[in-house]
Design a protein around this ligand. Structure first.
Ligand SMILES: Nc1nc2c(ncn2[C@@H]2O[C@H](COP(=O)(O)OP(=O)(O)OP(=O)(O)O)[C@@H](O)[C@H]2O)c(=O)[nH]1
Ligand SMILES: [Mg+2]
Length: 296
């Protein structure tokens, strides 16, 4: 039912338009691009704009939030990226898992850049690496892990980084932190809904209860038992809309917005378990091991 998604999300705030222009300028000096994706929506968190911005520069895909999806789905994505001939690095930028491999790849980039420079009789310089992606996917957290200290601001909401910022690692790598970039038009509203569910778009862009209804619809086949247990209503028995209304009535004095926020908040904090909303093309998303859930 495409109609549920019509005009769900249209948003392009001024600071993003400005950051996009500045990034297009700065990226000319960049040697390597780290394209940070949200592993829960590894397809919908890619966008053509980033690939356009990166141009011919070498680009590494960072599948961040790898801890938030089932390991089986992560393995499928890694196989899929490898089959596309793309280097994809799974990371948890919060605790640092997988970040060492990204650092190594950037260091190799530095060696290659300086070999080319030496060949032209130029002095060595730090390799310039731009970290780009949608809002809130973990770009700044990744930079802090790469640098090994809190160099840039990182927090659990989209739109934290407002301006471009260079950070240096040991004279060898210059990292460019950038605000999350949205495509100028979110043509694919189904993808936009998933971005909203994962909090990878600013809250101002949508109505919480609509996005939560879509979240309930997507989550029901994946973790029905978990939803029933946590929210006291069986999502398999009714439509997503009716289920959310039931939850509002039973747990939130009829307040639909509070029910919506509770569902989205639980999902975003990982409290419903490790859940991927997307798998590689041709691979069905199966009900996800509700046993994998960790209390957050
Ligand atoms: N569980 C988990 N949380 C993460 C991971 N990476 C980042 N986070 C958390 O996600 C939140 C957002 O991280 P940021 O680094 O601010 O994201 P960003 O992409 O820089 O966001 P903007 O600057 O708003 O575009 C923070 O609370 C991080 O701690 C991860 O791999 N796993
Ligand atoms: Mg940031």
């Amino acid at each position: 039912m495409e109609s549920e998604y019509s005009n769900l999300i249209q948003w392009y705030p001024g600071h993003i338009a400005k950051a996009r222009r500045q990034l297009a300028e700065q990226i000319k000096q960049v040697d390597l691009v780290l394209e940070v994706l949200d592993a829960r929506i590894a397809h919908s968190s890619r966008h053509d704009e980033i690939q356009k911005l990166a141009g011919e520069r070498p680009r590494l895909v960072v599948l961040n939030r790898a801890d938030m999806i089932p390991q089986g789905v992560l393995r499928s994505w890694l196989r899929w990226f490898a089959a596309q001939g793309e280097a994809a690095y799974p990371t948890n930028a919060q605790n640092g898992d997988g970040v060492r491999a990204v650092l190594k790849a950037a260091q190799q980039g530095a060696v290659a850049v300086n070999q080319r420079r030496a060949g032209r009789g130029m002095r060595p310089r730090a390799v310039r690496v731009a970290v780009i992606g949608f809002p809130n996917v973990g770009k700044s957290a990744l930079i802090n892990r790469l640098v090994g200290k809190r160099a840039v601001e990182s927090a659990a909401k989209p739109g934290v980084t407002r301006a471009l910022r260079w950070v240096r690692i040991a004279d060898v790598i210059d990292l460019l932190d950038s605000p999350g970039i949205l495509p100028p038009r979110l043509n694919d509203q189904r993808a936009a809904a998933k971005l909203a569910i994962c909090d990878d778009i600013g809250q101002a862009a949508y109505t919480t209860s609509r996005v939560a209804t879509l979240a309930a619809e997507l989550l029901t086949p994946l973790v029905p038992g978990r939803l029933a247990e946590r929210f006291g209503a069986d999502p398999l028995a009714v439509t997503a809309e009716a289920w959310l209304e039931q939850v509002a009535r039973h747990k939130y004095h009829g307040n639909l917005d509070r029910a919506a926020e509770a569902l989205l908040g639980d999902f975003r904090r990982g409290q419903l378990g490790a859940i991927a909303l997307e798998a590689p093309p041709e691979e069905p998303l199966v009900p996800q091991a509700e046993a994998e859930c960790e209390e957050g």
